[in-house]
Write a protein that binds this ligand. Structure first.
Ligand code: ATP
Ligand code: MG
Length: 400
């Protein structure tokens, strides 16, 4: 396994003080799959106090001492190290009421969600695989560590995580885990919107998103009443995901295609996403019912309302939903229009708001309304984008 020097040096320091230290979780899983890990989580037999002592010559950020996590700055990089931990009782299907530290790696690994996430590795001790995670990794299987019902009862989010890992890694879900997911799906209702959104964002972009959502649609219906009203549409929409660009906004929009605005907003609202996601998905959904036309005026109006990324998302969705949509012809027309750089934004008009006022329009909302009408007139070639022509056109619409 290829481990960066700044990590090796942290592990060496732990071992030289008589403690154990391992890479654990996602980074081990990803490295064994031949991928470059995006971050490295470390786990150690040292308690937080012992870590503070061992790394006293380093810059240390006391990230979450109570939960055993310390961040050590090594070679200019932040390295998160967490003490081997046993989670206390789960009183609310969400978070352990308390955590206790242990010197036993196996105990720490046993609290982890899936066997493929319960692998630990260090150059000093090699791979530690207490739950046959390596075999599941090779076979491409997501399986709970321990009894699935118990594990989902402890933390309902794991249901969504199982679907997320299956979608992203392209793995199947072990039968007992799968049955337990369906049986316990209502537990997800106790989980905060933010945690669900973080997993769902990744799930919808995964390579197996279509089949995971299709197979586990009941999980979505028990979580989102808004789509449960038209199960067939939701499942049909899920099948379109493979041809939709892999950004979460386009994918959410593709899933919600054809649902009315109140269903779309209630689905999105219940996820409490960031403002950008919320507004992008709603905008995309609002444009769906309209099949994209190859007409240059239609395209210019689209360019006026949406940026490039959203237009391309709409192209994907049109390809998926309208068999008679000529994607290539649309893209050719769109690229031609883009290269002509037509006036499609208010800021590109040859007049400003102050000019409109100087033409005799009183200050106030009327100015904005007239500007918008002028923009459409220019887009539709009814008026040239020159000061004089716009002035004439402005007087006509103002006096009509
Ligand atoms: P990613 O590549 O998405 O970061 P990851 O496996 O690293 O995948 P994280 O959410 O970063 O996932 O969690 C790190 C590790 O912590 C997991 O691999 C798993 O061992 C453990 N873990 C995280 N969340 C849970 C949970 N809800 N229940 C049990 N173990 C968990
Ligand atoms: Mg991670």
């Amino acid at each position: 396994m290829n481990i960066p020097d700044y990590i090796t040096s942290v592990l060496n320091i732990l071992y030289s003080h008589g403690f154990e230290g391992y890479l654990v979780g996602g980074c081990v899983r990803d490295a064994l799959m031949g991928k470059t890990p995006h971050d490295f989580d470390l786990t150690t037999s040292a308690t937080p106090q012992e870590m503070l002592e061992v790394f006293k010559d380093h810059r240390i950020i006391e990230t979450g001492l109570k939960h055993g996590t310390v961040t050590v700055v090594s070679g200019g990089e932040n390295v998160e190290i967490t003490t081997y931990r046993i989670d206390g009782a789960y009183l609310d299907n969400r978070r352990p009421s308390d955590v206790t530290f242990t010197r036993n790696l196996r105990e720490d690994l046993s609290r982890r969600d899936f066997t493929v996430n319960a692998l630990a590795y260090s150059p000093q001790s090699g791979l530690v695989d207490c739950f046959d995670g390596l075999a599941d990794l090779k076979a491409g299987v997501i399986r709970c560590v321990g009894n699935p019902d118990t594990r989902f009862l402890e933390d309902g989010l794991r249901i969504m995580r199982a679907l997320r890992f299956s979608s992203v890694l392209g793995f199947d879900i072990d039968q007992a885990t799968a049955q337990s997911i369906i049986a316990n799906r209502r537990l997800l209702r106790n989980i905060s919107a933010e945690r669900i959104f973080a997993e769902l964002k990744k799930l919808v972009c995964g390579k197996k998103a279509a089949s995971v959502i299709g197979e586990y649609s009941e999980v979505f219906f028990s979580l989102f009443d808004s789509v449960a009203n038209d199960k067939e549409r939701f499942c049909q929409n899920a099948t379109t995901l493979p041809v939709i660009g892999a950004d979460h906004c386009s994918r959410f929009a593709a899933l919600l295609w054809g649902f009315d605005d109140s269903a779309v907003s209630s689905f999105m609202h219940s996820l409490k996403p960031d403002n950008h996601t919320y507004s992008t998905v709603r905008t995309l959904c609002a444009y769906y019912p309209q099949k994209l036309l190859c007409d240059k005026y239609f395209i210019r109006r689209l360019m006026s309302a949406l940026d490039d990324e959203l237009i391309l998302a709409l192209v994907d969705i049109n390809c998926a939903h309208h068999s008679d949509f000529d994607c290539q012809m649309f893209l050719d027309q769109y690229n031609t229009q883009k290269s002509l750089n037509p006036c499609v934004k208010l800021s590109q008009l040859a007049v400003t708001g102050s000019d409109i006022i100087s033409f005799g329009v009183p200050k106030g909302p009327k100015v904005g309304e007239i500007m918008q009408k002028l923009l459409y007139a220019v887009i539709d070639d009814e008026c040239a984008n020159t000061f004089e022509d716009i002035k004439k056109y402005c007087m006509i619409i103002y006096n009509s």
